[in-house]
Unconditional design. Sequence first.
Length: 484
Amino acid sequence: MGLHRVQCFNFNKSLVPAAALLLAGSLQAAPLPQLSIDPAQVAVSGLSSGGFMAVQLHIAYSSTFKRGAGVVAGGPFYCAQGSVLDATGRCMTHSTGIPVSSLADLTRDWAAKGWVDPVENLATSKVYMFSGTLDSAVRTAVMNDLLSYYKTFVPAQNIAYRKDVQAEHSFVTDDYGNDCSTKASPYISDCNFDLAGQILQQLHGPLNRRNDGTLSGTFIEFDQTAFVTGHAMANTGWAYVPQSCSRGTRCKLHVVLHGCLQNTATVGQQYVRNTGYNRWADTNNIVLIYPQTSILATNGCWDWWGYDSPDYAKKSGPQMKAIKAMVDRVSAGAPPASLPAPTGVSTSAATNSSMKISWSAVTGAEGYNVYRGGSRVNGSLVKGTEHVDTGLSPGTSYQWTVRSVDDKGGESEPSSVATGKTTGATASCTTASNYAHVAAGRAYQEFGLAYAKGSKQNLGLWSMFSNTTLKQTAPDYYVLGSCS
């Protein structure tokens, strides 16, 4: 990754405070929803270390990322070959030549061994490449070598390459970020160029106009520990689900990878919310997954030179497998069925933490699935015409839909929305530093870490500089989360 090149690879885990190393404690977060995804419309893109990672995912899992990859300031597959010196040298500054032909041969060899998917899959995929003319971290010459590498497997007419925008090392937008010639956090620059739109249109287009107003969909902070524990990945990642996709529309899927120093631990949600992807996704039925590295990743970078695993570029690479598992999870929603949606959906029997959802039977249905927001709440198929949803917060309004399921597992369109509110006091939320939470009695501290009072969830460092949101669900009982 090209951000602060010298610092990026002189990371010493012995210098990390002991308390920080204890942050592996799991945080409660929503699961990734299972949606109806078109398997022919899955793609990936990323900046810098995320660009190198996007190439790795595209090559290793070409049967999954069929639409292709968008690469911003990245380089050829396995460019570093496990060497930090090659990573910081030929793969960033182009101080020596990159052996493109040898890397292409190695790709074919790995495919023959099953370490990556067959290279023949690449012939039908597309690629978008971007290199700023002022990029001082990953030189345009490296991207030129990536073009040569891709042309070995992807038809030239399927590749778009822009290298005429006067941008420093950053993800560029047309309305957010630093000055275009600046290389500084959050490494997002306003260059009057809609890079996210260009990537999505090349890989998934043609597209409807983007939504420049209020988005209709939902941002989900999801539990990454369901897919990987450790390996320099954060406990939670982010996803954006357009309203149409949460209601059962067959949708596209795009994985968006941040660069070094751009994970949520470093820049908050700026990369998740301000790079421009969501506005296009909202009007074009595109689900977005934003995986996140942790504070234990070298400068927040994705592993494209082997700091975490010698298998980092293969299908067996831990970070690679985790992201593939996220794609599989989101894509696990049932295909559309010919059955009608249930009618007469209603709520009743509210308690502090549960609600009964009822509906009218659908002729020919094998059973039913119940959804709260975009997530299915029943484990096995509901055979009757009612279901009790549990684990809810007191005094909170929720919305449910129900879908009929045929004998092949296909789901109908969702029913009309039924709204219900649990009994009890409405949950209240407070966003503050962990130091302030402890001082106010919402949390307590042990050995330099803060814990939520009642739930005992790990908030992270007991510090004025670590901010979290706590939701009070009962007297003297707080959980991580939000009231939105």
